[in-house]
Ligand binder design. Structure first.
Ligand code: F6R
Length: 609
């Protein structure tokens, strides 16, 4: 969503801030701004609607001097994208500047109260109330003021604050929205996400809820909500700057699709010894007692959960539900003994998934988190000991690719482990699956070679208006993800159906000009799928099918275009088939001239409801 950066040190703050904002631009934004303070505490704000190029032009025309500053890229929530609504926001006197991610839920009540005290608001944003509130509460000590403000702010926030009366410090505070701080010899840094810091340092501190951070040239102080100093716990980030950049690819999405062989390997490697299930934080006893698993997630991660349901039920014989996190959190789910909730999230910051996890904990469920972003809020709420990291590396493109395949791989590994522990899966079958998991990265690399073919298909099909995705069993789960991928990057109307459901309504929409993408990776339901495809073609719709080599001969007669993937275990075939379907979505988006990495209306991390 929005991006925050902050800097204090010897360098020209505006340059460091703009550079940091560029690293966060993948999050999507519609305006940007900086506030910079010189040594005498003179504060200057430059902000504008539009892209960072516009902010850079503004800074050229009207430069700001100073070595301490905060910056922001805004994605509008309260108030339209405009110069005035862009952050930073200041109090009436212009002595306190604030950047903010999140939503202040009681902003209207605070606004009324502050107007009553003489505040004059310049914007429609919820953020501006923070600047006026801090001014109202200011007692000569911004740290103390921030701690007092916590009691009055409801909602989620990660904020960076400058105060002209304390010019040698930069303040920050968080609640339910991520914030990372770092320091090195004579410099301090602040950001809402790690990539903004990687060119400076890889040792960072993830602030916890309600902690206040104070950065100065002397280092970082962290204070808890009771005013007690805490020892900052530094975390070494393994990613380097180049892994957070495009590395020669036209788009992050394409780069991340190509990173999937490595990502799959990284997810599997630490858990690759069959029989040694120490990595799974469940004892054999607990595994055997499990009566039900509920998986919660949003979007793509939800689709990985759907795949997980099939695997957990069939391999480990555990009744499993998958719920969209925003539904779970409000449906008052009954939670009994011996139940496990699995939350899946790439970012570990998705508000609904976090809330669903909290709700499950509140109701007494044991929890397990599957996350990519190390140190994220969901991992902390679940507890590091109950977190399984996918190790896919930074995912920058809004459309999730490598997170999806690694989440799906993780779900299958969990199902195999539980299957062996519960004696529902033979060691022989488990070994065969593990062998296929070992071979998966190289087969994933082979599927990347399909890009040229998919480009040709996409250039021929890019003018289609409606695309259907169909599959049965685990291929239905894959169809959902493939349809989401296509719609989010190419803006085409695309929808997934269980192939068996076609006859119950959707077939009415089929006619010449419609495209049906068929996922056909499961031998067990092959005959049924072929019959469905015959029905589709009988209505004049065109079929693009994806299948493994072993099924190609039977599928070919029912497909206008056929994409063939390498043979693998039937549980892993949909995972492999996801790769050409991601490439298909990517190529369609490029052919249609869409902004692949920052699709319309979307943001990478949805930290609000
Ligand atoms: C789609 C996509 C989103 C996310 C969803 C959950 O490509 O990226 O649907 O999957 O917003 O995000 P995380 O996994 O970060 O919780």
């Amino acid at each position: 969503m929005c991006g925050i950066v902050g800097y204090i040190g010897p360098k020209k703050a505006a340059d460091v801030l703009v550079n940091g904002l560029e690293r966060l631009s993948y999050r999507g934004y519609d305006s940007a701004g900086v506030a910079v303070m010189d040594e005498k505490g003179r504060l200057a704000v430059r902000k504008t609607k539009g892209k960072l190029e516009q902010l850079k032009r503004l800074l050229e025309e009207s430069p700001v001097d100073g070595c301490t500053g905060i910056g922001h890229t805004r994605w509008a929530t309260h108030g339209e994208p405009s110069d005035l609504n862009a952050h930073p926001h200041t109090d009436v006197k212009g002595g306190i500047a604030v950047v903010h991610n999140g939503i202040i839920e009681n902003h209207e009540a605070l606004r009324k109260h502050l107007e009553g005290c003489g505040a004059v608001f310049a914007s429609q944003t919820d953020t501006e109330v923070i600047a006026h509130l801090l001014n109202e509460l200011y007692d000569g000590d911004m740290l103390h003021t921030l701690l007092r403000a916590q009691g009055m702010l409801q909602g989620s926030y990660a904020i960076g604050v400058l105060c002209d009366r304390e010019p040698d410090q930069l303040f920050c505070m968080r609640c339910d929205s991520p914030l990372v701080a770092a320091c090195r010899e004579g410099e301090g840094f602040l950001a809402s996400d790690v990539p903004a810091l990687l060119s400076h340092t890889r040792d960072v501190v993830f602030l916890q809820d309600r902690q206040v951070g104070v950065l100065s040239r002397q280092g970082l102080r962290v204070i808890d909500e009771y005013g007690q100093a805490c020892e900052p716990s530094f975390f070494h980030v393994e990613w380097d700057q180049s892994s957070a950049e495009k590395g020669g690819f036209a788009h992050y999405m394409l780069k991340e699709i190509h990173e999937q062989p490595t990502a799959l390997q990284n997810t599997f490697a630490p858990r690759s010894r069959l029989g040694d299930f120490q990595w799974l934080p469940l004892s054999e006893d607990t595994a055997c007692r499990l009566r039900r698993i509920t998986i919660v997630a949003c979007g793509t991660a939800y689709h990985a959960g759907v795949m997980g349901k099939y695997a957990l039920e069939q391999l480990a014989r555990i009744p499993t539900e998958v719920d969209i996190a925003s539904e779970y959190r409000y449906r008052q789910p009954p939670v009994g003994e011996n139940e496990l909730l699995i939350a899946i999230s790439q970012s570990g910051e998705t508000a609904d998934t976090l809330a669903a996890l909290r709700e499950a904990k509140r109701r007494g469920a044991s929890v397990l988190a599957i996350c990519n972003a190390v140190g994220s809020t969901i991992t902390r709420e679940a507890g590091e000991e109950n977190t399984l990291y996918t190790y896919a590396g930074p995912e920058i493109a809004v459309a999730s690719t490598k997170a999806y395949v690694t989440q799906t791989e993780m779900m299958i590994m969990i199902a195999v482990a539980l299957g062996v522990m519960r004696n529902t899966l033979s060691m022989e079958r488990a070994e065969a699956l593990y062998q296929s998991l070992r071979e998966l990265p190289s087969k994933a690399a082979d599927t990347l070679g399909l890009e040229g073919r998919l480009q040709q298909i996409a250039s021929r099909m890019s003018s289609r208006k409606h695309v259907f995705f169909v599959g049965r069993s685990v291929d239905y789960a894959l169809s959902m993800e493939a349809a989401l991928k296509l719609k989010e990057v190419s803006y085409l109307f695309s929808e997934a159906y269980a192939a068996g459901e076609l006859k119950h309504g959707p077939i009415a929409l089929l006619k010449p000009g419609r495209l049906v993408v068929a996922c056909v990776t499961q031998p067990r339901v092959l005959e049924k799928m072929l019959a469905n495809l015959q029905e589709v073609r009988a209505r004049g719709a065109e079929v693009l099918a994806v299948c493994p080599d072993a099924l190609a001969q039977q599928v070919r007669p029912q497909a206008d275009e056929l994409i063939v993937i390498p043979d693998t275990d039937e549980w892993l075939a949909p995972l492999l088939a996801a790769i050409p379907l991601q490439l298909f979505a990517y190529c369609m988006a490029v052919a249609r001239g869409c902004d692949v990495d920052q699709p319309r209306n979307l943001a990478k991390s949805v930290t609000v409801e």
